[in-house]
Design a protein around this ligand. Structure first.
Ligand code: TYM
Length: 343
């Protein structure tokens, strides 16, 4: 098993990132069998596809590294690095750009959402972003890619690119059979909490780019801030139903119950059998307390780790050296399959 996934180092790590992805990264790392390998990275090259402030990007990369370690990513078990220190990502992206099709990229919902009506004004990087994402996983022959629901389409594109490349360019082995250059990666999307919604709008996903801080809970928020955000979360006037079917059409209520379920380890039905019939006046404080209790150890570690910039730099440098080694056979095979002459 080769597990590979990334996160953009823009803004803070929030509950959606944690429940949709990072918590599963940690589980996969901790359950890893002998011979398997996990690679997790800060997608700093992706972050330049939108307008950004260079000094903020540098500090956000280190902060996000601290946040991942605080969540349980162990640099002694997993390869933890940032893309910018592993030039093979950008190199492979270019090599795959000959295979990816404009039409495929034009259909990406993230591109359509972020570009809106102003497509002509967007960076080329925002458009070709999914090709870099494909390179990120194909470079390491990833078998499993743990992500939230919103990244599923990008992963399907990575599979399409890998498949077309293998079809068009796979060399023959000694028996005359095609020897594929790339493994087709499987997205691993958690059955629950794959899409955590904004606390202000149950139809929008919780996101780092939402201008309202009240829309998301950051893992580093203090207890008062968490309680305030939960209490102000948008809801409806009805009490909670006793069964899951009663949450249909109540996106905000469903989101809060899903968050409670994810942290308590109870099923949605279990949560509703406890809180069914009660109003949000009772449920919100219970949810707030559960969050404060669950996040306290993470935010405490985060506050400690973020101080030591040198240690964080060293983690990334070590991870990047290992990633460069792991990536180079596939990159070489790709150059060769394409007929590119290299010394
Ligand atoms: P990013 O940085 O937006 O998010 C990191 C991870 O968090 C998940 N996530 C969510 N899950 C549930 N509910 C939400 N509201 C929510 N918001 C975010 C995302 O699905 C993701 O798993 N393009 C990627 C980064 C990337 C990547 C890759 C991922 C670059 N290369 C290769 C996997 C493999 C991104 O911007 O994620």
């Amino acid at each position: 098993m080769r597990v590979v996934s990334g996160i953009q180092p823009t803004g803070n790590l929030h509950l959606g990132n944690y429940l949709g992805a990072i918590r599963n990264w940690v589980r996969m790392q901790d359950e890893m069998e002998e011979g398997s390998q996990c690679l997790f990275f800060l997608a700093d090259l992706h972050a330049i596809s939108m307008p950004h402030d260079p000094s903020e990007l540098r500090s956000a990369t280190l902060e996000m590294t601290a946040a991942l370690v605080a969540c349980g990513i162990d640099p002694a078990k997993s390869v933890l690095f940032n893309q910018a220190q592993v030039p093979q990502h950008a190199e492979l992206q270019w090599l795959l750009s000959g295979t990816a099709r404009m039409g495929w990229l034009g259909r990406m919902t993230q591109w359509k959402d972020k570009a809106g009506k102003n497509r002509e004004g967007q960076s080329v990087a925002l458009f070709s972003y999914p090709v870099l994402q494909a390179a990120d996983v194909l470079l390491y022959q990833a078998t499993h890619v743990p992500v939230g629901e919103d990244q599923k389409q990008h992963l399907e594109l990575a599979r399409d690119i890998a498949q077309k490349f293998n079809n068009d360019f796979a060399p023959k082995d000694e028996n005359g059979e095609d020897a594929p250059v790339f493994t087709l990666p499987e997205p691993f999307i958690p059955p629950q909490a794959a899409r955590i919604m904004s606390l202000r709008d149950g139809s929008a996903k919780m996101s780092k780019s939402d201008p309202s801080e009240m829309s998301r809970i950051n893992l580093a928020d203090d207890a008062d801030t968490i309680m305030k955000k939960v209490k102000k979360a948008k809801t409806d006037p009805e009490p909670l139903p006793s069964e899951a079917a009663g949450l249909e059409g109540r996106a905000e209520a469903l989101n809060l119950v899903a968050i409670y379920s994810a942290f308590s380890g109870q099923s949605v039905s279990g949560v509703l059998s406890e809180f069914g019939g009660q109003g949000f006046g009772a449920f919100k404080p219970a949810l707030g307390n559960l969050l404060v209790e669950s996040l306290a150890p993470i935010s405490e570690r985060f506050r400690e780790l973020r101080q030591d910039r040198e240690a964080l730099d060293a983690i990334l440098a070590r991870g990047a050296a290992r990633a460069r080694e792991l990536g180079s056979p596939t990159l070489n095979a790709t150059y060769q399959a394409l007929g590119l002459v290299r010394g």
